[in-house]
Design a protein around this ligand. Sequence first.
Ligand code: CAO
Length: 436
Amino acid sequence: MAIQAVLVPDIGSFKDVEIIEVLVNVGDTIAVEDSLITIESDKSSMEIPSPVAGVIKELKVKVGDRISEGSLMVMMEVEEKIPLSPPFAKGEAQNSPPLKKEGAGEDFSSKPKPAASPQSVPAPASPKLDFSKAYATPSVRKFARELGADLNKVTGSGRKGRITQDDVKAYIKDVMSMGGVPGKSANSGNTLGVAPMPDIDFSQWGAIETVPLSRINKLTGEFLHRNWVHIPHVTQFDQADITDLEAFRKQLNEENAKSGLKITPLVFIMKAVVAGLKAYPRFNSSLDAKGENLIRKSYYNVGVAVDTPDGLVVPVFRDVDKKSIMQLSEELKEMSAKARDKKLKPADMQGGCFSISSLGGIGGTKFTPIVNAPEVAILGVSKSDIQPIWNGKEFAPRLMLPLSLSYDHRVIDGADGARFTTYLAKMLGDIRRLLV
Ligand code: CAO
């Protein structure tokens, strides 16, 4: 046994570059080619591999240090001391097999392994997941591959947008919390057998700006696409006469003006939805993964889509059946603030039975919301307006609320879809019925 000083080999044009990751610890047993550190220049990052096998005895560098060819990285206990640098650096080390570029199968003798960067991108290592455009070091790529995470969907929080191991973990957590499978994108794999989207250079027709999608945009897009493709959707449109409900809501708001708590139509709609779920339990169910059984739920958790600057999120309001209008208004205020401040935890978005997407504060007459699987139905709400409604004797001005119910036609048939919206309209038309 001997103690070997392991120096930085020839790293080409890299000089006085910063260490952004130390990938080993004292006591680690290292094989030839295992990466020791990652360095990063203005243009790209690369991992420096070990030319020898042994046990790390001492770290001579730390994150933030700057190194060049010949800098001492670690002291290692090795079987037999061999001359490493500069001979190793020049590619002459006899004990070291030729190094390979990640996944490329190309001889890369004695040179450090480049990590991905926008400028320096190794060929994809996996035929299934092409990470060629992701900006991440080989160790993070390896980690992502082991977990089956699609790096193209991960937003990097490291310097210059580099994807770190923590970003991959956060992505996996998000995917799992939304009931998905990491790396299985509805967009990837071309499972529908349709032609892929063309990669178009729009700058040929005029000035353009490329704006990266947020992490939420990417995740939501993936799930919406999956749900749109997998679920046979039908949307049932209806409208509810909320003239009396609005009068009551306004009265409540006047009475509570000092509290600063605003009651919007949405909380009444949440209550009416729960009444609908109780009356039509198939709406409060999920299909099992094989699509052979319906799982019926005896709890009433309602998700509400919240528009945030980074995209759409759906916090879940638990046990809506047990909460008052005031409690729900308070919770809606808290949760939407949390959503907009990016403070929602994965648990806040799990366990929903049915979702509501309310665009009522914005406008529009009707739309087709996408079912938030594994739920089987979602209610879209548009802006109420005064309409002339025939009351048997005359046209009377009534405040009408447009409802758009999308449902999974494998679970709910058209008749039940129409029954559900009719029931909702009845509840909202006379909210005393919610007590019955
Ligand atoms: N018709 C008419 N007015 C309505 C209404 C309706 N259906 N729903 C709400 N309003 C009114 C409210 O009463 C409020 O009026 P005042 O300011 O005069 O009191 C105003 O519109 C704004 O309401 P709000 O949006 O602040 O509150 P909300 O409870 O209706 O909704 C929330 C809360 C978080 C759901 C909403 O802010 C939001 O993010 N909506 C967008 C959801 C979304 O993007 N869905 C799309 C999903 S599909 O891509």
